[in-house]
Design a binder for this molecule. Structure first.
Ligand code: 6PG
Length: 233
């Protein structure tokens, strides 16, 4: 699964850099992508084919914790990938989960995206590649079932209160996710089989299964799923 994702990552990175001299990727958190990140860094053949100094790293979401916290999506990507490849620190755009107010981190990241992508009001950033995972409850990024962020249509980044964690998550919003040029969902494991069938083959109920709200207007979605997760499809 990770090797298939890595092959896609390399192809899309090379294509973007060839076309415009840069590659913008929004990383996902959680545990599934960890192997992908490690492969990109540790497999010398793969690593050598990526123009690391032309890659701009963003995150699709972040927990409301400092960057050295075990739950930090930044920390996971830094340990697995960023600390091992010649990415330019200036090209790594971290969501500041350490701020006491999650809304401060969201507002700052919103501005970071507007500045980097040179956005006029009402416009949305278009990532070359958006990596997404899917939780056992069908959430993606930090768009959790029944949470406010599902309905955000203007802001780029919001602090989303998630009752079951009794904490905020900072997350890109649906219009930003759906403006990506390419989206790869990486889904692994038996526990994802049931929600994956609901998301892909069940009735449309994005409130309950937020991954269903991912449908880019001008972009592609690739679902990379292992056998245990695909068991019920
Ligand atoms: C996060 C992720 C989240 C993740 C899913 C799946 O911050 O946790 O961005 O959306 O992709 O929860 O997580 P696993 O890959 O660990 O199952």
């Amino acid at each position: 699964l990770s090797r298939a994702a890595a092959t896609e990552f390399v192809r899309q990175a090379q294509e973007a850099v060839q076309a415009k001299g840069a590659f913008t990727v929004a990383l996902s958190g959680g545990s599934t992508p960890k192997n992908l990140y490690a492969l990109l860094a540790d497999d010398s053949a793969l690593r050598a084919t990526i123009p690391w100094d032309k890659v701009h790293f963003f995150w699709g979401d972040e927990r409301h914790v400092p960057p050295d916290h075990p739950d930090s999506n930044y920390r996971m990507a830094h340990e697995a990938l960023l600390s091992k490849v010649p990415a330019l620190p200036a090209n790594v755009y971290r969501i500041k989960g350490e701020y006491p107010e999650a809304s401060h981190a969201a507002d700052e990241y919103d501005q970071t995206l507007r500045k980097f992508f040179g956005l006029a009001a009402g416009r949305f950033p278009r990532f070359d590649l958006l990596l997404l995972g899917m939780g056992p409850d069908g959430h993606t990024a930090s768009l959790f079932p029944g949470t406010a962020a599902l309905h955000e249509s203007a802001r780029l980044v919001v602090a989303n209160w998630v009752e079951k964690f009794h904490s905020h998550r900072i997350t890109l919003t649906p219009p930003v996710l759906n403006n990506a040029a390419s989206i790869i969902f990486l889904v692994s494991g038996e526990e994802k089989a049931d929600p994956l069938r609901s998301v892909l083959q069940g009735e449309e109920q994005p409130e309950r299964f937020p991954s269903q709200s991912i449908s880019p207007a001008q972009g592609t979605v690739l679902w990379l799923v292992d056998r245990p997760a695909a068991r019920l499809l």
